[in-house]
Design a protein around this ligand. Structure first.
Ligand code: GAL
Length: 420
């Protein structure tokens, strides 16, 4: 009896000993994780910092950083489309919160509902309700937000402005007064880059002309793109363009930022990834080496966008992707990524002491300003609209015809079913 009891205990101990490594083995992730984004080169350091954490947490996983270079995802989105439609989705991909996600990949039923992860991780209370709404539908939550970026920011080098005897313009009227003087001295008043950066400038101009409420009316279908208000927007935009550089079409957004850093241009309007670039890559100090303010005429308004990552249906390495998403939404992940990226955390419990002076001011503004959705960065309109808006912009850049462009824009809005 005693002996059989001892035997039983030994068998039990063996089972327990065998079971323990099995449990931990089951938790250890293996295989690949392919992360798809457009954060390559100068845009890469924040993503790489996250990947480093992931690798430390999951040493068995081989991370493939499949970044396709090109600001605002102009090239990456086309590659993503081919892969998604070809049935070869990356394990997780970058997508803007809002219509870029909902109106494209969710609509075509290509994404997994992440609600269980949100509940498990306690994210329902951690992310602002407005943001969760933007990445969700009545059928689920479709991506994990990693940041909040501001689109309507004017950047400058205060020391240069002082040298040139100009002040940063608070309105477009102010700008149009000082621009000819700068131009006469051989300084480009407003640095501009390739097509999408013209659209980026345009959305700031539109916001200043319309205000946040009417801007929202545009996307809900209440305000027509061919209305007198919108013709006025194109007219104002047309007055600003002569004060930009002639080689804009061939420059990346970083090269346009370089123009102000090098003192070839006075101002640049770009999202606050430019702050990330100036701090992380160029090692400039916010407030000292470079300055910022809301783009002319948009004080009190925060043109918003958020990057997020989703989980396509049928990916090759689902468990590895889920672990990636959990890291992205975590406090540690967020507060590692954002100070490098030049964005503020999408979480409500962010540790602001880790953020620089620019980002602290952005967080303050985000809490009090009227929030408007960015067009060119996927928050306001679907892919059909944003993709073809490049052609509308090209048409205006060539023709400078405000009325004809406004008409073309309305045709596009009809085709893309904006506000429907
Ligand atoms: C935006 C994106 C930012 C930044 C920028 C420039 O669309 O949300 O994170 O990458 O493009 O490429």
């Amino acid at each position: 009896m005693k002996q059989s009891l001892i035997k039983l205990c030994l068998v039990f101990a063996a089972v327990v000993l065998l079971a323990v490594p099995q449990v931990s083995q089951a938790k250890e992730l293996k295989g690949d994780l392919e992360i798809f984004s457009w954060w390559a080169g100068d845009e890469g350091p924040a993503l790489e910092a996250l990947i480093d954490i992931y690798k430390a947490q999951n040493p068995g996983v081989n991370v493939i950083n499949a970044a396709v270079t090109g600001g605002s995802g102009v090239n990456a989105r086309a590659v993503l489309k081919t892969r998604m439609l070809g049935g070869e989705p990356p394990d997780s991909f970058q997508v803007h919160a809002g219509q870029e996600l909902i109106g494209t990949w969710v609509k075509s039923d290509r994404m997994e509902d992440l609600t269980p992860i949100f509940k498990e991780e306690g994210w329902m209370d951690v992310f602002p309700a407005g943001l969760v709404k933007l990445i969700g539908t009545d059928k689920g939550i479709w991506s994990v937000p990693v940041n909040v970026h501001r689109s309507n920011v004017l950047w400058c080098i205060p020391a240069n402005l002082k040298k040139w005897g100009v002040e940063a313009p608070k309105t477009w009227e102010d700008f149009l007064k000082i621009a000819p003087k700068l131009q006469k001295e051989g300084i480009v008043p407003l640095a501009l880059g390739q097509n999408w950066t013209a659209s980026h400038l345009w959305e700031s101009v539109a916001l200043s002309s319309l205000g946040a409420e009417k801007w929202a009316d545009l996307w809900s279908g209440k305000l027509k793109f061919n209305s007198p208000e919108m013709i006025k927007v194109w007219e104002l935009f047309g007055k600003i363009l002569p004060y930009t550089n002639k080689d804009a079409a061939s420059l990346s957004w970083q090269q346009a930022t370089d123009m102000i850093i090098d003192g070839r241009a006075a101002f640049n309007i770009m999202g606050d990834w430019a702050a990330g670039y100036m701090v992380t890559t160029k090692k400039l100090a916010p407030g000292k080496d470079f300055g910022w303010m809301p783009s002319p005429g948009t004080s009190g308004e925060f043109m918003f966008l958020a990057d997020s990552f989703g989980l396509p249906k049928g990916v090759a390495n689902r468990d590895n992707a889920v672990a990636w998403l959990k890291l992205l939404g975590s406090k540690k992940g967020s507060d590692t990524f954002n100070p490098i990226k030049g964005s503020i955390s999408a979480r409500k419990d962010t540790d602001l002491s880790k953020y620089n002076a620019y980002l602290q001011s952005a967080a303050k503004d985000f809490a009090k300003d009227a929030v408007a959705a960015s067009l060119i960065h996927g928050a306001a309109a679907n892919e059909t609209f944003v993709g073809s808006f490049a052609q509308v912009m090209e048409m205006f850049l060539k023709s400078k015809n405000a009325k004809a462009t406004a008409m073309a824009c309305q045709q596009l809005a009809d085709k893309a079913q904006i506000g429907k």
